[in-house]
Write a protein that binds this ligand. Sequence first.
Ligand SMILES: Cc1cc2nc3c(=O)[nH]c(=O)nc-3n(C[C@H](O)[C@H](O)[C@H](O)COP(=O)(O)OP(=O)(O)OC[C@H]3O[C@@H](n4cnc5c(N)ncnc54)[C@H](O)[C@@H]3O)c2cc1C
Length: 300
Amino acid sequence: MRYDALVVGGSFAGLSAAMQLARARRKVCVVDAGAPRNRFAAASHGFFGQDGMPPLKMIADARDKLLAYPSVEFIEASVSAVKADGGDGFTVSLGNGEQLSASKLLLAFGVQDGLPDIAGIGERWGKSVLHCPYCHGYEFGDRPLGVLFHSGHPPDHAMLIAEWGPTTLFLNGAEGPDAEARARLQARGVAVEPGRIAGLEGQGTDLAGVRIDDGRLVPIEALFVAPHTRPASPLGEQLGCAFDDGPSGKLLRVDAMKMTTVPGVYAAGDLAMAFSNATLASADGLMAGVSMHRSLVFGV
Ligand SMILES: Cc1cc2nc3c(=O)[nH]c(=O)nc-3n(C[C@H](O)[C@H](O)[C@H](O)COP(=O)(O)OP(=O)(O)OC[C@H]3O[C@@H](n4cnc5c(N)ncnc54)[C@H](O)[C@@H]3O)c2cc1C
């Protein structure tokens, strides 16, 4: 079976793109490995009309709505390889060896988060170790908060987090911000903890504090951390797509119509956006779906 469009990744971006193609009555196949980026969080916040919903439920509901369209197929699998069919579309290989082909391809497989190697961070990711205050800061309002210093992050990030609660900036042995930035932090009431971190402590996935290697425990209830990101799959590299450096890792380069530098290959969602957010990923996917449909009608 040859599809009009094949979507790699069936989450906020991929399902939104597929919905536009389905509504344009095109044959579309979504292949998804079932590991969306926010699966570690119990609730997703800020999405229009769905604030506080479990993210996996949001995605499952969206998939059910999509599968009500007869021209859609959904395959639970991982795409392991892709190649261009000499200007006439693309063939992807699934992990089980099956091959699928399509005229247009959407890469919507998201990114993977690389977390600092500090004891206690991994198991608290998405629970009390957080990436985004707009997504999860409200739930920790007025409680003691921490920010892990990151050389690529402006120190002003800790000043932003102070909007939600009393904040400590943990340098973890790094030199940290310059005198001018430290003065701004002090004026904002942000404490600076220079010591090296021995680990995070607390019951289960709750956070009680950050243990400094001199033995002190600095009490906080949530720690904001900037992850290093990388594309969740090497398919962009396999196709020869260009990338740009983003604030936390490399991003697939797309034009205003969400097409990558390889004609017929589109990209949407976190893997192509500097600011990661479910609403933005969904909107990005919608735009990509419309662009892919127009391209099927008018040519590239
Ligand atoms: C802990 C955490 C909490 C968050 N909370 C919020 C929040 O509250 N509100 C908010 O707006 N945003 C939140 N975000 C951001 C949000 O998760 C992302 O912006 C959003 O998930 C991006 O959607 P996406 O479709 O681009 O990618 P993803 O949601 O990551 O989906 C990518 C999909 O592609 C699949 N995939 C990967 N490789 C392959 C392959 N080779 N073959 C097939 N499928 C593949 C994956 O399994 C996955 O299902 C949070 C992020 C994190 C890390």
